[in-house]
Write a protein that binds this ligand. Structure first.
Ligand SMILES: [Zn+2]
Length: 373
């Protein structure tokens, strides 16, 4: 048996290969205590079963994320299915019945750096798309912004950013589905939106963390979603560069796409705790949530985070900073690592295909919210 994670977004350390179960540990994010993302390949003898144990699961960033969690697995790196796992408060146990010589195992279906470059490449083929490099990350990767639509003619501006937390790969699967649908000339919802709206899309806010196989931080160990008040080129250039562009352009809706380790639902978190949260904020938020729930049975409004008390929002969080700075609708969209328990899929759980579908269903709430401005 052989285990490796020496590839894009790989993360695992073999603690003891000779034991049964084989003992594994997830590596911490660089300069950080966060960890939970794993991604590795196991090679062995087809037909054999391999018992695996992640021994440091209990000290991961979100231990509750392991409860009822099922591991993502793929033989061909395209089709991902789930494997049952058990969590006893300390370690995560699962076993692989190997059908082929090698299998990939991950916390969620990976969205590779190559796929990210592909996304930028196919999107910019469309004449309605502009591709702009805003600057570089600490590891020297590009921070890319896609602008979709005619900025000169547009009445509305919508921002969508994804993967501030790099291990939340569902966020970039979502953006891929969103752009695919937005640029589909046979899609009437997309065409009507683009008639008067321009979209500013940052498909990957944390390229270095993505490639390094981090859960939550950039190369310097910064949690980018706590950097919005005072980002710097030394510690958080990703936020600094995007924030400067936002200040230059402004916007009517800000969407920040994430995944949640623990909650098995799709939901949004708003900025109700910011100073100056008012009737207008509340009305836009309500309009968006109602329309999203009508558009998709995978979205719900019953379960989510506890609300911030008035004036007690953490202003270093992107959504709160945007909602306050631009006095408009700013939302964090959370998708599950596990599944949507209201509509479970026993084979795949929450999956890239469902991220992509949810992204198409977000056109209606965007439309309804813009209408009410
Ligand atoms: Zn997140």
């Amino acid at each position: 048996m052989y285990i490796t994670s020496d590839f894009d977004s790989g993360n695992i350390e073999v603690v003891n290969a000779d034991s049964s179960p084989v003992e594994l540990a997830i590596r911490q994010d660089n300069h950080s205590h966060f960890y939970q993302w794993f991604h590795f390949r196991l090679e062995g003898e087809a037909g054999k079963s391999y018992a695996l144990r992640i021994v440091n699961a209990g000290k991961a960033a979100y231990p509750e994320g392991w409860e009822n969690y099922r591991v993502c697995a793929s033989y061909d790196r395209h089709n991902w299915f789930r494997i049952d796992a058990g969590y006893d408060g300390h370690s995560l146990d699962f076993s692989v019945d190997l059908e082929r010589p090698a299998i990939y195992l991950a916390y969620f279906a990976p969205f590779s750096w190559e796929r990210h470059l592909d996304l930028l490449a196919w999107a910019q083929l469309d004449e309605r798309v502009q591709l702009q490099t805003l600057g570089k990350t600490l590891d020297g990767r590009d921070m890319s912004l896609l602008t979709v639509g005619d900025a000169a003619k547009a009445r509305h501006r919508v921002w969508m950013i994804a993967r501030q937390h790099p291990g939340e790969t569902m966020a970039e699967w979502f953006v891929e589905g969103f752009l695919d649908a937005l640029l589909d000339e046979a899609n009437p919802a997309a065409r009507s939106l683009l008639a008067d709206t321009v979209f500013y899309v940052v498909p990957n806010m944390n390229p270095d963390g993505s490639v390094r196989g981090h859960l939550r931080t950039n190369a310097a160990g910064a949690n980018l979603n706590r950097e919005w008040q005072e980002p710097s080129m030394e510690r958080s250039p990703e936020v600094y560069l995007v924030r400067e562009k936002m200040l230059e352009i402004g916007g009517d809706i800000f969407l920040d796409i994430h995944g949640d380790e623990a909650l098995p639902f799709n939901f949004v978190a708003a900025c109700e705790g910011i100073p100056g949260y008012d009737e207008r904020h509340a009305k836009l938020e309500d309009t968006f949530k109602r329309a999203f729930a009508s558009a998709s049975a995978d979205f719900q409004t019953e379960r989510g985070y506890d609300l911030d008390k008035p004036g007690e929002a953490n202003m270093t969080v992107g959504t709160n900073w945007c909602g306050h700075q631009f006095r408009t609708l700013a939302l964090t969209l959370e998708m599950p690592f596990k599944d949507n328990d209201n509509l479970p899929d026993p084979i795949e759980g929450w999956s890239p295909a469902r991220c992509r579908q949810l992204a198409q269903d977000i056109f209606l709430p965007i439309r309804e919210t813009l209408k009410s401005l």
